[in-house]
Design a protein around this ligand. Structure first.
Ligand code: FE2
Length: 132
């Protein structure tokens, strides 16, 4: 999506969050160590569905000003999903009294929310008006 985006701000937002996502994976590793369970990779079909939608958007709107708003819509669907999941896990960690786990999850949740807000800002201040 970073490669496909036309707006430099949007490209940069995608690249920055890609780097953050690597840190999110590292934090999950730390969490599994804290709870003394093996970390296992699992495919998320919900996210795969959103990625498929975004691929269609990229194909359909390539070369038009509607591409960037479409990419943002897809990326925000991913962020909202992540916000939902991390929010749930923070609550569960707090319920279980796992303060250190909750703190790690909350740090990631904050970054997901910041990314979501940045994407809204890019949409509202530049790319949406251009597409309209
Ligand atoms: Fe994210």
């Amino acid at each position: 999506m970073a490669e496909a985006a036309y707006s430099l701000n949007l490209k940069q937002a995608f690249q920055t969050h890609e780097g953050e996502s690597e840190t999110h994976i590292e934090r999950l590793g730390q969490i599994f160590e804290l709870i003394k369970r093996p970390a296992q990779q699992k495919t998320c079909n919900a996210i795969l569905g959103i990625i498929e939608e975004s691929k269609e958007v990229m194909k359909q709107f390539k070369g038009t000003d509607a591409l960037d708003p479409g990419l943002i819509a897809g990326a925000q669907a991913v962020e909202h999903y992540e916000i939902s999941r991390y929010g749930t896990m923070v609550t569960w960690a707090n319920t279980l009294g796992l303060d250190d786990v909750a703190e790690l999850l909350e740090t990631t949740l904050d970054e997901e929310e910041t990314t979501d807000e940045l994407l809204s800002q890019i949409a509202e201040t530049t790319v949406n008006a251009k597409a309209a």
